[in-house]
Design a protein around this ligand. Structure first.
Ligand code: FAD
Length: 303
């Protein structure tokens, strides 16, 4: 048996890559944040399972990381070890009839392109969301009135005891930008799509990209929408923030986008603290002026 204090060494012994004390800035699209205890990129499922068991034994929190497009790590960092499924094994794709099975590390853009190339429609709404299959399922990512759970057939995950389990979508508690399976590590999923002409899928993809470029802010690093749209109101979070006159509001280099008020962009040297302070400022102002308590979509990684 390994000693508890040797967990870093043991990670080095697993197949894949382990980076200790890793600064997380380059791994999140907002480009802010402090160090994590480590980042592990397993080669295959066997290594992932071993890392899960190792962390369970040593009481280390292991958090999956996709493309980091919906999270920030505080400046002081985190004691967690991130596990990133970017090795080729976790990006595999198999097309069978109208179904596509793919690894959790595959990007949503690649997934959409593969669907289109195979004459399969129904996934176009995901194009341009800069996440991975795993991150998108956990968040139930969506756009254009559709959500990833609409096209899911099953999800394969590793639980905290290292067991491989298969879930049906109805077991995952999907709601608006939410699932109940946080804590599991998604390794792959199958999607059910519909036959369509490639030209039709391509047209839809182009339309989705055009709309994104028109409405969203791609001029600086961001994590997309910071807040969820309120359930009870027919107005979006972005519109509420805009009505409070907050477009352009700034703390350090963290700025409320002038194009999309639900985006906070990093104008260069923003810190996680700047972002978090700006979030609090927006929340307070919207509650005071609009009577709405905004719920965060952006996840802040705990210590
Ligand atoms: C410019 C921009 C535009 C965006 N537009 C949209 C949009 O239109 N709609 C939308 O819904 N979102 C949007 N987002 C937000 C974000 O891209 C999505 O939430 C995306 O699904 C997050 O995926 P990720 O791989 O980056 O996850 P991460 O940010 O890396 O992680 C998010 C959560 O998922 C968990 N996770 C990641 N991988 C796994 C896994 N394999 N197993 C289990 N848990 C996992 C993480 O632990 C974390 O809790 C946008 C972001 C940006 C920057």
């Amino acid at each position: 048996m390994y000693k508890k204090t040797q967990s870093k060494k043991v990670f080095h012994n697993l197949d894949g890559r382990f980076i200790p004390n890793v600064v997380m800035k380059p791994y999140v699209t907002m480009r802010v944040g402090g160090p994590a205890k480590g980042l592990y990129i397993p080669k295959r499922i066997r290594d992932l399972k071993e890392s899960v068991l190792l962390c369970k034994r040593d009481k280390i929190s292991l958090q999956p990381l996709g493309n980091g497009s919906n999270i920030i790590v505080p400046d002081k960092g985190t004691r967690k070890i991130f596990v990133k499924l970017t090795s080729p094994f976790f990006k595999k794709v198999a097309v069978c009839g109208n179904n596509i099975t793919c690894g959790a590390g595959l990007s949503l853009n690649k997934f959409c392109n593969i669907a289109e190339k195979n004459g399969l429609g129904g996934a176009e709404f995901l194009v341009g969301i800069p996440g991975t299959i795993g991150g998108a399922i956990i968040q139930n990512a969506g756009a254009q009135q559709s959500e990833i759970s609409d096209i899911l057939k099953d999800i394969r995950c590793i639980d905290r005891s290292g067991n491989l389990i298969i879930l049906m979508p109805q077991e995952a508690g999907f709601k608006y930008r939410l699932s109940s399976i946080k804590g599991l590590i998604i390794v792959s999923a199958t999607f059910g799509l519909k036959r369509c002409k490639r030209a039709t899928a391509q047209k839809k993809i182009n339309r989705c990209i055009k709309e994104r470029l028109l409405n969203q802010d791609y001029t600086a690093p961001s994590a997309g929408c910071v807040f969820k749209n309120p359930k009870t109101k027919k107005i979006s979070a972005g519109r509420l923030i805009d009505r409070c006159g907050l477009k352009g509001a700034r703390i350090g280099d963290a700025v409320v986008s002038c194009k999309h008020a639900n985006f906070i962009i990093n104008k260069g040297k923003a810190t996680a603290k700047d972002i978090l302070n700006l979030i609090q400022f927006i929340k307070k102002k919207v509650e005071m002026e609009e009577g709405v308590v905004l719920e965060q979509e952006l996840e802040v990684i705990s210590w």
